[in-house]
Design a protein around this ligand. Structure first.
Ligand SMILES: Nc1ncnc2c1ncn2[C@@H]1O[C@H](COP(=O)(O)OP(=O)(O)O)[C@@H](O)[C@H]1O
Ligand SMILES: [Mg+2]
Length: 369
């Protein structure tokens, strides 16, 4: 059992060019048995955070607790947390069974018990048919499954995975996402999964912690980070194709509030909830976000508001099409059914539901509502 708590955790690396502040005042509580994804672009501090949890990197300041107990000073082997990386690091001259057996032998486990454990992991990770083969004979996906199996076999309290799928092709990735879900369900262990791929995070995790520039931007359920992103960065990073953003001005007329683009070509009708917030504050520059999924060509599904735009590109992508549209100075995208026949230069009416609008303070980039 291990709940993991990070309290004001900082990592500062000394370097020739001055200190690098890789993780800033990081606070997060991971519950026992929870599957959390740490998501963010390359260089934002994900690996540094993990390495401090595992004990491979010192904590510059702050505290890491396992089940409420401070572990800052504990050696990695005393933390009982397993870590798997993108690279497999298997012993090429040993069979898969021997590779799996090794971490158990090191702990002095007897043969009968070892065999039982290997069989169980082999079953969960679908390794039964390759136990007698050696790593160089295996595909990338198989090697990665063995590597995960080996990290798991010694029964860690928590399991930490760093970009383990980055180099797998799409088919293998889907299989691996499935395997990891099963693994988590079977073992019920705390898992922290690091990735720069929002699709993987959304597919796997109970909760997603989004990082950028060494800072935790938001920690929330999939629905929270998708529907109520804390700021523009999170709205942009999560979702595919990326969210459309419009630089808009707030026009107030008594209790009436409108959001219009600088050139006046676009205006959005905010939902009542937003109107109320805007009527009582004095923010006048906002960034409006709406996901391409939430702009449709027909007015059904309660999409009661609309905006006109000119079709610039109609990209057919098999199961869907992406329209690139222009209105005034703004370019944006809508995700539409694949058979949509809109042609370049045609003017179309896009429908949206006001509750799908996301409004950010242009200055702070934080979500207003
Ligand atoms: N040992 C180190 N010495 C100096 N800087 C480092 C070291 N390790 C990582 N960094 C820097 O810290 C920042 C965060 O790196 P990292 O935690 O690896 O990010 P991520 O895993 O999100 O790509 C980067 O700017 C990286 O260059
Ligand atoms: Mg990394």
């Amino acid at each position: 059992m291990a709940g993991i708590t990070l309290k004001n955790v900082n990592k500062i690396y000394p370097s020739r060019y001055g200190p690098v502040h890789a993780v800033k005042d990081f606070n997060l509580e991971i519950n026992d048995g929870e599957f959390v994804a740490l998501l963010g672009p390359s260089g934002c501090g994900k690996t540094s955070t993990l390495r401090m949890i595992v004990g491979l990197e010192t904590i510059s300041s702050g505290e890491i607790l396992f089940d409420g107990r401070r572990v800052n000073e504990l050696e990695p082997r005393d933390r009982n947390v397993a870590m798997a990386f993108e690279t497999y690091a298997l012993y090429p001259n040993f069979t898969i069974a021997e590779n799996l057996s090794f971490p158990l032998e090191v702990r002095g486990m007897g043969e009968a018990e070892r065999k039982k454990k290997i069989d169980k992991i082999a079953q969960i990770m679908r390794l039964e048919s390759i136990l007698e083969q050696k790593p160089p004979m295996l595909s990338g996906g198989e090697q990665q499954r063995v590597s995960l199996g080996r990290a798991l076999i010694r029964d860690p309290d928590a399991f930490i995975l760093d970009e383990v799928m980055s180099h797998l092709d799409a088919n293998l990735k889907f299989q691996m996402l499935h395997d990891l879900k099963i693994l988590h369900r079977e073992l019920g262990k705390t898992m922290v999964y690091v990735t720069h791929d929002q699709m993987e995070a959304l597919a796997l995790a109970d909760r997603i912690a989004v990082m950028d520039h060494a800072l935790l931007q938001q920690a929330g359920t999939r629905n929270e980070v998708y529907r109520e992103p804390a700021n523009r960065f999170v709205a942009d990073f999560i979702g595919e194709p990326p969210t459309n953003f419009f630089d808009m001005l707030v026009r107030r007329n008594g209790n009436d509030v409108n959001i219009v683009s600088e050139d006046g070509a676009i205006s959005f009708s905010p939902p009542e909830k937003l109107t109320k917030v805007l009527a009582t504050n004095n923010i006048d520059a906002v960034t409006l976000g709406i996901r391409p999924q939430h702009l449709g060509l027909s007015g059904t599904d309660g999409k009661s508001c609309s905006l006109k735009a000119e079709v610039h590109i109609n990209e057919y992508l098999g199961e869907r099409s992406i329209l690139t549209l222009k209105s005034g100075n703004e370019t944006f995208r809508a995700l539409v059914p694949p058979y949509t026949s809109a042609k370049k230069g045609e003017t179309v009416k896009l429908h949206y539901a006001p509750e799908d609008l996301m409004l950010f303070d242009a200055k702070t980039t934080n979500l207003i509502a």
